[in-house]
Design a protein around this ligand. Structure first.
Ligand SMILES: [Zn+2]
Length: 340
């Protein structure tokens, strides 16, 4: 028995993170979210070059298709390979046949010049016809000037800002810092430590697996009046798994809740990337409804059609050889890990 759905959307991903698996452990075990950033993610992103990024994005795109995800909202950072990085991501996704919206997450962590170059990469990519947001890492790593410059560029270009918001306690001032800058086009990622009456406009992206992994707390997104969508925050692009986790996390604080909220968050991805609605995913299982999927493991796509082209057949990408992509990604991971 099979069933067909539109292509799923991952509303927050980091395609640069696919090569993190198996990286050498940090010199000392991180004990806080900030230490996880400093000792894992910021160590990894500063070591990235464009070859590593290309194969990380290729692998991430292959894994998205293999899980029925045809559209990715990506958030990127590679502070020593900024210029051209968004093109590398867009081209890798196009090669595999996955839709992508990407943004360079600017930050003042590497000084104001780093933030300026990040902003210029967003501008270059978007003005060149790229699909994306203006990216900001998070308010706690940016000056007021950088936040205002990003918001201004986004307004000029008619797009929103894609930004991590109050993921950990280190960003507890986010609502104050961003007051007056946001609008409904913004993508506010996490919101774990935002008050319910935070006053920020935009779609909230809930990433339950990442929040559990970083032990930052539970966002409890039903408390927000903003639209809510689901993301993975760089841990693959299996949106059925993200839905299942979102559902049980909600149950953990409210045993009366059913899967409909979490399912609506999955569906909200189509408001961010409407073109995925026209993609067709044929699944190994039916019925594809929330109550079944909340408890059924191993539901996989069999075939995916995008713009009339079959990009996944018998569960395998058709445009690229997935085994070859994995082999190349392994080579680049070895180069990357040797630099850490
Ligand atoms: Zn993220």
């Amino acid at each position: 028995m099979t069933a067909t759905t539109p292509g799923l959307v991952c509303a927050h991903h980091h395609l640069y993170s696919a090569l993190a698996r198996g990286m050498p452990p940090p010199p000392k075990t991180p004990t806080t979210f900030l230490e996880i950033l400093e000792q894992i993610w910021w160590r990894l992103d500063t070591a990235l070059d464009l070859d590593m990024l290309r194969w990380s994005a290729m692998l991430g795109a292959v894994e998205a298709l293999e899980n029925g995800t045809t559209a990715i909202v990506d958030h990127h950072e590679s502070p020593n390979a900024i210029e051209g990085s968004l093109d590398v991501i867009a081209e890798a996704c196009a090669e595999v046949g996955v839709r992508v919206n990407t943004a360079y997450g600017i930050t003042d962590r590497h000084g104001p010049d780093g933030a300026r170059r990040g902003l210029a990469e967003n501008e270059r990519f978007l003005k060149g016809g790229g699909q994306g947001f203006v990216g900001v890492h998070a308010s706690f790593t940016c000056s007021d000037e950088s936040l205002e410059a990003a918001a201004g560029l986004a307004d000029d270009l008619g797009v929103g800002v894609h930004i991590h918001v109050a993921e950990g306690v280190d960003d507890i001032e986010a609502a104050t810092r961003l007051d007056g800058l946001t609008n409904e086009r913004w993508l506010l990622v996490h919101g774990v430590h935002l008050p319910a009456d935070h006053g920020l406009s935009g779609t909230m992206v809930h990433n339950p697996r990442s929040n559990l992994n970083n032990a930052v707390g539970y966002a409890n997104p039903v408390r927000f009046s903003n639209p809510v969508a689901l993301g993975t925050d760089g841990i693959g692009a299996n949106m059925i798994e993200a839905f299942r986790l979102a559902y049980v996390m909600q149950r953990s604080v409210d045993v009366t809740s059913g899967p409909d909220d979490a399912w609506s968050w999955l569906e909200a991805g189509w408001d961010l990337m409407p073109e995925a609605r026209g993609d067709q995913v044929t699944w190994s299982y039916e019925p594809m409804d929330p109550w079944h999927l909340a408890f059924t493991p191993g539901v996989m796509p069999v075939e995916i059609t995008i713009d009339g082209e079959v990009v996944l057949a018998d569960g395998k990408p058709t445009r690229v050889d997935a085994a070859e992509v994995r082999a190349r990604a392994r080579e680049q991971a070895a180069r990357l890990h040797a630099k850490l």
